[in-house]
Design a binder for this molecule. Structure first.
Ligand code: NDP
Length: 617
């Protein structure tokens, strides 16, 4: 983190903080200890076998009946979310006509296709989150657009770049095999397809497979139940903006209080006869601060504004203060606080190590959020139970103005489990703290698999030149790649993701940078008439060394730290024994994106090995 301000009058004591840092540290450690469990990621139940139906697509009734395909396309894009769409858009811009998206959902949109639960909304402001706004020619209606608008944007993006054409929906890739003789990928799907492709882009998304709590009895429950990413409007009535009119005579339980639950709970609370919210760890809930888009402002934007805004946001988030904070939201706020502490010489900032100043800003922020709960929630015991005791970025921060007031409703009960979670599900309901709560419906807001293997989450095996899967390669000495995208032994494969790539809170920014990068390589190969591309062993080794040599700066450094309360940000608080180079690039995303740009500008595909008639590197 670089701060350019200097203090005016240093003060060295903690007295002016208004809280006791040692007491907070102790409380955070105590709450963390309560939640640590030996089974870590294994505590969750995989959605498979008798639980398979929890992953069924409730949004599209008709699955098109079609014959299996065995034709060849130039590029197969696995996943029709923003990753696949952006890769498709950038490839189309480069003149690639022959590409096909394969998507397991009944429509394109990825996360926004699946997460159609009431209240779904993005926490990153729409002006930077909705990709290629300028190219698509739309203006988000609000600072924080709601899910239907985001899904429409994804679909408009698909239409603008003609990506619907030939898309295979309701189709899951099960196996990717590199045929070295043919120099083609063979793409097997659950619909019996065996397509051939010159290039494959894997854009399967990080939060892709829903998971259930690993408690007994889920299959015994006699009422109705579903996961938030497969919302059953048939049962609840209503739609994305709420109005769940079929719940008026229903007792509903929701398990989980993460970012999804924070958005869902107000709608369930407004509609259900009774709502019981089962909490293991409270989320931090900041103000939403939404507002309609100012038409005059939108009309005044100059070409290139979105990229500029994205870079500004990213800079703040990476701890590099700018002259102006264009986005000014709950993500950039904390860095602004650090800057202010320095600028005003508060709390002896100069005498303290940078980590302590960051910690102070974080304590302040969390104290404010805890005070907000006291102001909003009327019942003191409920207010106390809703308070999060951890550093802000240990868990996904949330922003919502309706969640906390929902607990003032007489029909809503918070069941706090003091970090232990629900104990079991019975035929009649949910057991927590030794008490059985009888309900008609259970909504699982228990998130998605994160800590499990890449191929398991992606739902497919990726077999390279020697038939070895990516998992087998990574089990042998850890993940090796160049920029997280290119993998030796897996020619012409491009993986879009965070691991060994960049981290930024605005995931679509990261995806677009990756799309630009892979398009550059594919374009280069097409124009040079090259056949295959993969990184050299040395390049993979060097990249791993660079990741180890850099360390996460800025806020990213505080995300899911090992001393954080358990969650998916830190592998449920467990050291999985994976090598340190499986992390994102430590120099931060700004540096990473610049490095990619410089690499492209150099034009020599450094670190990649190509074969083909031109046989260039
Ligand atoms: P999360 O993984 O964040 O939350 C799962 C919840 O289930 C947690 O509260 C967890 O508690 C709880 N839980 C798990 N097991 C049990 C149990 N046995 N008993 C009781 N509670 C249990 O999933 P979400 O779907 O909420 O969010 C996933 C991610 O999706 C977010 O982090 C964010 O990245 C993204 N998202 C973004 C949104 C946005 O932009 N607005 C909105 C929604 C999601 P514990 O914390 O103790 O583990």
């Amino acid at each position: 983190m670089r701060v350019k301000y200097r203090p005016r009058m240093p003060v060295t004591s903690d007295d002016d903080l208004g809280f006791d840092p040692d007491a907070l540290r102790a409380r955070y450690a105590e709450e963390r200890a309560k939640r640590l469990r030996a089974d870590g990621n294994d505590q969750y139940l995989e959605i498979a076998d008798q639980f398979e139906h929890f992953a069924d697509d409730p949004y599209t009734d008709d699955v098109e009946d079609r014959a299996p395909l065995t034709d060849e396309v130039e590029v197969v894009l696995v996943g029709g979310g923003f990753g696949g769409l952006l890769a498709g858009a950038r490839l189309r811009e480069a003149g690639v006509d022959d590409l096909r998206i394969i998507e397991k959902g009944g429509g394109l949109g990825g996360t926004w296709y699946w997460n159609q639960y009431p209240g779904a909304q993005c926490d990153i402001e729409s002006y930077i989150y909705l990709p290629l706004i300028e190219q698509v020619g739309t203006t988000p209606s609000e600072k924080y657009a709601r899910a239907p608008e985001i899904l429409s944007h994804a679909q408009r993006l698909a239409a603008r770049y003609d990506l619907d054409r030939d898309a295979l929906l309701h189709t899951e890739v099960t196996d990717l095999r590199w045929d070295d003789e043919a120099q083609r990928w063979i793409v097997h799907t659950n619909r019996g397809d065996a397509l051939r492709a010159r290039f494959v882009v894997v854009a399967a998304g990080p939060l892709h497979r829903p998971k259930l709590p690993g408690v007994d009895g889920i299959d015994e429950f006699a009422g109705h139940s579903f996961h938030t990413s497969r919302w059953d409007y048939e049962y609840t009535g209503g739609g994305a903006n709420g109005g769940l009119d079929r719940l008026g005579d229903k007792r509903v339980a929701i398990i989980g209080t993460g970012a999804t639950a924070v958005q869902v709970v107000p709608h369930l609370g407004a509609a259900a006869e009774q709502l019981v919210v089962f909490q293991r760890t409270p989320s931090s809930v900041d103000e939403r601060g939404n507002a309609p888009t100012d038409a005059q402002w939108a009309a005044s934007l100059e070409p290139g504004w979105q990229q500029e805004r994205n870079e500004n946001f990213n800079a703040w988030l990476s701890g590099v203060p700018q002259d102006v904070d264009l986005v000014m939201d709950g993500w950039t706020d904390i860095v602004g606080r650090i800057v202010a502490i320095y600028r005003d010489g508060r709390h002896g900032a100069l005498e303290r190590p940078m980590g302590e100043v960051l910690e102070i800003a974080n304590f302040q922020k969390m104290e404010e959020l805890r005070a907000r709960i006291d102001r909003v929630v009327e019942d003191p015991a409920t207010a106390e139970a809703l308070k999060p005791w951890y550093q802000m970025f240990c868990k996904r921060p949330t922003f919502n103005d309706e969640y906390l007031p929902t607990f003032n409703r007489p029909n809503v009960t918070l069941v706090d489990t003091d970090g232990q979670g629900v104990e079991r599900i019975t035929e009649r309901g949910v057991v927590a703290n030794g008490v059985e709560y009888e309900v008609d419906c259970i909504v699982y807001a228990t998130g998605f698999e994160v800590g499990t293997g890449f191929e398991r989450r992606a739902g497919m095996h990726i077999r390279g030149r020697d038939g070895r899967t990516l998992t087998e390669k990574w089990d042998d000495g850890g993940m090796r790649s160049l920029y997280g995208m290119h993998h030796r032994g897996y020619p012409n494969l491009f993986v879009m993701g965070i691991q060994q790539g960049a981290w930024t809170a605005n995931y679509t920014h990261l995806l677009d940078e990756a799309a630009v990068q892979l398009t550059y390589v594919i374009d280069h190969m097409r124009s040079a008439g090259l056949t295959s591309v993969e990184p050299t062993e040395a390049a993979e080794r060097d990249w791993a060394d660079q990741i180890v040599a850099t360390s996460m700066g800025g806020i990213a450094g505080g995300i899911g730290g090992s001393d954080c309360t358990p969650g998916y940000y830190n592998n449920e608080g467990q050291d999985l024994g994976r090598p340190p180079y499986e992390a994102p690039y430590g120099g931060g995303s700004i540096e990473f994106f610049r490095m990619m740009q410089a690499w492209r500008d150099a034009g020599d595909l450094a670190g990649l090995e190509c074969t083909g008639p031109a046989d260039a590197t």
